[in-house]
Write a protein of this length. Sequence first.
Length: 392
Amino acid sequence: MTSLLSAKSERIAIIALIALAAVLRMTAAAVLPDQSSALVDALAYRELAARLWSDGQIAGLYQMPLYPLLIAVVGPSIGQLGADIALSVTSVWLVYALADQLFSDQYARIFAMAAAACYPPLIFFSVVGLSETLFITLILAAFLCWYRARFTAAAFFAVLAVLTRPVFDVFAPALVVFFALVVHRQSFKKAVQHLAVYVLVYCALMSIWWANNYKVYGDFVRLTLGGGTALYAGSNPLNRTGGGNLHIDYSLDGFANIANPIERDRALRNAAVSYIVQNPQRFAELAALKFLRIWRLWPVHEAYRTTAAVVVLVASLVPVLLLAGLGLYVNWNQLRRLSPVLLFGIGYTAVHMILVGTIRYRLALEPFLIILAGAGASYLVRYFALGSRKSG
């Protein structure tokens, strides 16, 4: 394809966009007030990091260990903020690299990188002390390695993503097989070998977490003890909105007498499954509500429903969605190569339609939308600017 920049100019553009991404995030860190009162998970991660230093273990029911471990290593406040900004800037480069893998189009990869550098939700989450930035960086790194057929490195990043947010545990093994068989058209035997490597890496990296959980709970806990709560929060008689707010969308009062956290998690899961089986129509209605909550254009949280926040989010997301749709349409002949991204997006949305729906969970998909949007922007530039130049 026609190049907009020479190789040297493109390298300069990459450095400039990395610098811009860093400046925008540091500016946001200086301007935005502390968000802990609205985002209570930020406090939970810091508390777990502090307890890791004092007790030598992590005992959070709902959190995986990697982000608290990161905070414990670099320190809260400035150290944590610096690490999150560095990870977010790295993810901007990963968007560029993935766009190149998918489209081999200079316009697409430069536009995608520029959008990721300036995208307000990615900037916001890089400075508020939540695990989303680490999770996104690891997922993008895993996808890049899978596209480059570096399955061992991809396994490493994928398992680290699981150690950050347990939801990726559902997708990683399937993606290993799918990339091998569909994207790289390798043999079934080769796919099984890649899956075996993933399992070995998984067991090696997760074993420390399992040892921690056995020490805390006296039993084997593979991920967290929040799965039952998440499922019950989204599927119970109180839930009317598809959200997951305690005392609004669900209550744990009926389970307070179960002291053992493993038994309580199991009881919550059983109660949720029973509710789903007995109320299939209501489950479907709640799933639809959760879908709308995940993909709505403005925040649900009252603290972020201000006019300014709504305008910024809508102005950010709508162009990305439109350009991503165009990018997918004009590259439909590359469906085989794009299919892992599409299947991950569909599957990730479906999982949260079963659990709890919120736009915060959508953030992990937005870098992939930005990559597709870069392809859409490239098409428009070529169609209008270059087309008119040729006709002139």
